[in-house]
Design a protein around this ligand. Sequence first.
Ligand SMILES: [Zn+2]
Length: 445
Amino acid sequence: MAEEYWNASLETLPWAEVENWQAGRIAAMLSGLPARSSLYGRLLGHQELSLTGFADLARLPFTMKDDVRWAQDQADDLRPFGANQGAPLADIVQAVSSSGTTGKPMYYALTGADLEVWTDAIANAFFTAGVRKTDVIAHLVGLPMVAGGMPYADGFRRIGATLCWLGGFPTERILREMRRLRASALLATTSFGLHLTETWDAIGRETGVASSLRTVCLGGEPGLNEASIRERITDGLGITRLSEVMGLGDVVSCLWGECAAGNGMHFNAQKYVAIELIDPETGAILPWREGATGEIVYTTFEREATPLVRYRSRDHALVTATSCSCGRTSPRIRCIGRTDDMLIYKAMNVFPTAIRDLILQRFAGKVSPMLRIWKDRADQVRFDEAIPVDVEATAEVAPSAYPALAEEIGQFIRSQLQVRIAVNLLAPGSVPRGVYKTPLVVVRG
Ligand SMILES: [Zn+2]
């Protein structure tokens, strides 16, 4: 079957040529930027802004999350989006909000032109992830204002799929409507995908409608790096396609999507956004090379309302490939963690996802993917005592074997990560399942 693309010419152009083309667009954007954004007046005011090639981008300073927060705190009546509002209010048509799970929500703005950019880029990512105009897609993000809400709905309609915006209804109703509407595709968080595997068959018996589900797009949380989780979802739902998607509300809310070849997400916003990979410690540029890990940095060169230059995403990625059987030329990645999520046990840095992924790999069949790591306070990063971890056993493990299994898990993590965890082994079904995000890290009280 011939490969289908959303934007064939750009998606199959050699990556060096994509960057070359982007350099011209970035140069044009930079020339007017300090005048329209006072944040960039501050950050770039004294910089030489001429760009002769993509590599020159590395001469410009990074934009940090704190810069963006500072800019937002400068909001006034004419500029509700603060010092990085790059367009007059009359041109702005939409405010997008971060989920606000880690502190005060951030706001991003879209002009009419920005909205068109977002819709096209989001459609591109979901097209790569397997969504087609013949699909009936269940959109399970319930909040219109968040990055995965209204903007995703726009993207699905741009593809021409039948949008069924079920997010926001109670879970039981969502599941019944998905059966009745013959939903063939689904967008949800990874934890909802897992939750669905536990109830999808029962809902089928209740409604008497066979499952039409084929394509499942999941994101918003890590988890799909783990083969046992992917298998559980694919087998549990009887689907032919499981695709991970990822975006950033500050940049474009869906930027990356997994093609049919799997093994990582392609970058799909090359028409509007440039990417760099850097060493998060030194800021040095890293080549896109299979096996490389680093932080992704984004530059929006078509953004009017809240533009970003060399924005540090704090997303750490593993480059899984730089070529693909599908013909797309953009790098493929898996997200391995966020700087924001990093924990420190004594002097060791550890991502909560690394703890989970190792446990699920080594103890597949004995434990469920529902793990919880406990913090005493939301801002706790350092642990001097063992990190408390709830692990749910499967029905295959006899309760009398829990203490030995808990001990074995603790020793295994210590040997792999040099980090001590205190495992609390729980009976099957003990960890509550959320309809939106089931957090891996939870705060006591
Ligand atoms: Zn591919």
